[in-house]
Write a protein that binds this ligand. Sequence first.
Ligand code: MN
Ligand code: MN
Length: 238
Amino acid sequence: MFFHKKNLMYEVKVSQADPRFARILLEQFGGANGELAAAMQYFVQGLGSRDTKMRDMLMDIAAEEISHLEMVGTCIDMLINGHPNEEFYQTEIFDFVGGNGPNLMNSYGIKWTADYLKVSGETASDLHNNIAAEGRAKITYERLMTQTDDPSVLDMLKFLMTREVTHIQNFQEALYSLEEQMPGVMSGSPEFVKKYFNMSTGATDARGPWNEDGKFEYVEDPVPMGNNPAEEMKAKNE
Ligand code: MN
Ligand code: MN
């Protein structure tokens, strides 16, 4: 059951109309890493979760993301309404696609799609995805903050960016609380699981914790382990 409270989660005000900024802010409304995508991803993950604690967290954060969506949509509406330059306003996608208000599309006018969502039905895999999704939302807010001077809009963007930081930390803690952070149930085959193949070779070959001796066996010059199907086909035809 959902209730709606008419007051916004945090203050949304704009100093003046700015259709250009409204257009790029659409990324957080109907874009791939926007608030609707976040809300729906956690909501659908939560509905399918068999872990009641994870389900609770996913529903809490999903409901907050809808509150962010409301703030972003409200801000877009304020930014496009009352713009004095009618000619410029009509060149913006809102006028002929969006019906004069925010619409579920990205800054290029491409409609929102459920294909943006990552729902695996597996807690560890979903949490990894959610951490990455929150990270993308955070950097999108940071980039948006370079594109406006409006102090009220900047204050709202700072709040929304901050909440994504919190969500990254919530999802990280949830992931670390799992007994097994590796998605799925099977272990990798022992003969391959600890090998690192140096498949891109050249002067800038690099070493780090991802291919460190001890943790991994560094295979400097990998050779194919498989057969040659064309050779076998040729032999069969002779
Ligand atoms: Mn959000
Ligand atoms: Mn978030």
